[in-house]
Design a protein around this ligand. Structure first.
Ligand code: A3P
Length: 346
């Protein structure tokens, strides 16, 4: 009796605290908004080009705690959540739209995600599986735990390591036009350096050698040659285990790509166009999640941080043309390898 009174007291207190922090109202579903203003990702160190992609985001990029959202809107009935190995990993590509994909997938009640990038299979592997599990979201039986680390896609050791953990795991890759992805990759470093008051070279200085040919050692260029990385994944996993999201289409119609993801993951389709609204200031879609529990209804808007969907840097047209021509044959190889086409030129 005393135990249940304590439980009721704790739940009530938690509810009262959260009620003021989230957009929740009783009495037939009138919704208040709890806008999500995610923080800028912290600066990267561009000095070591091989490791430059490692600190893309931190926990500051995580959205409002979904556990809290569940607590208020789904009733706090289950202490049975357990941290376990993930069922799904978003492996990349860096700047492909990985954060938006992860955040929007969480609209599905069965999909639970770790907030920050974990980087276990690229840089933290020596920490061991227990450490990895400790970074996972607690899930109920039947829910799918996920993490995203874009660095996995282009890390040669990652496919073998992930297969050693679970050869049946489901993998998601989101890719955009490789030229746009490269510019976005460059822009990330440019903006972070400018913000920190440091200089950063123009793209051409990194992209071309002194004799004018493309600098194949530029990591942002390498990361866009998708078929090279993809071939490594197909050596370890059957094609049916890897679903490729069209990142350009994801920007225009996230719900359409998410429907395919739901089908790939064999979960009931619940995410629709109604879950999104276009934020014209940002120029991107944001997600709107509404949950109801009896007379209670909660609404949470998910717009990504300022670090996602940055204003583009001005790149001279001849540079873009050279890049477009360079990627044509690589795009064709990628289409053939994955047996899927995209809107990029070949
Ligand atoms: P830009 O900032 O160059 O526009 P990642 O999360 O893998 O780092 O990818 C970042 C990219 O996600 C952004 O690159 C942006 O184009 C893309 N993106 C896709 N959907 C988005 C959304 N709804 N809001 C913000 N960015 C989105």
């Amino acid at each position: 009796m005393r135990g249940s009174l304590t439980f009721v007291f704790v739940v009530t207190m938690l509810w009262l605290i959260l009620h003021s922090a989230m957009g929740c109202r009783g009495g037939g579903g009138s919704n208040a908004e709890a806008s999500l203003d995610l923080q800028d990702a912290p600066g990267e160190e561009p000095t070591d080009s091989q490791r430059e992609d490692e600190q893309d985001e931190t926990s500051e990029d995580i959205s409002l705690d979904d556990e809290d959202f569940d607590l208020v809107c789904e009733g706090y009935v289950s202490p049975n959540r357990v941290q376990r190995l993930p069922s799904v990993i978003i492996i990349g590509a860096k700047k492909g739209g990985t954060r938006a994909l992860l955040e929007f997938m969480k609209l599905h009640p069965l999909l639970k995600a770790a907030g920050p990038e974990i980087h276990f299979f690229d840089t933290q592997y020596d920490k061991g599986l227990e450490w990895y599990i400790s970074k996972m979201p607690p899930t109920l039986e039947g829910q799918l735990g996920m993490e995203k680390t874009p660095g996995y896609f282009h890390t040669p050791k990652a496919p073998r390591r992930i297969r050693a953990m679970d050869p049946n795991i489901k993998l998601l890759l989101i890719v955009r036009d490789p030229v746009k992805r490269l510019v976005s990759d460059y822009n990330q470093f440019l903006q972070k350096n400018l913000k920190a008051g440091s200089d950063y070279p123009p793209l051409e200085e990194l992209l071309f050698t002194p004799n004018g040919s493309l600098n194949m050692r530029y990591p942002a260029l390498q990361r866009s040659i998708y078929h090279v990385h993809m071939a490594r994944w197909y050596k370890q996993f059957p094609k049916s285990n890897i679903h490729i999201v069209d990142g350009d289409n994801f920007i225009k119609a996230p719900w359409a790509e998410l429907a395919q993801v739901e089908s790939f993951l064999n979960v009931q389709p619940v995410i629709t166009e109604q879950n999104f609204f276009f934020n014209s200031t940002k120029g991107f879609y944001c997600a709107r999640e509404v949950r109801t529990k009896g007379v209670w209804s909660c609404q949470k808007d998910k717009c990504l941080s300022k670090a996602k969907g940055r204003p583009k840097p001005k790149i001279v047209q001849t540079t873009l043309d050279k890049l477009t021509d360079f990627f044509r044959p690589h795009n064709a190889k990628f289409y053939e390898l994955v047996n899927q086409t995209f809107s990029w030129p070949i």
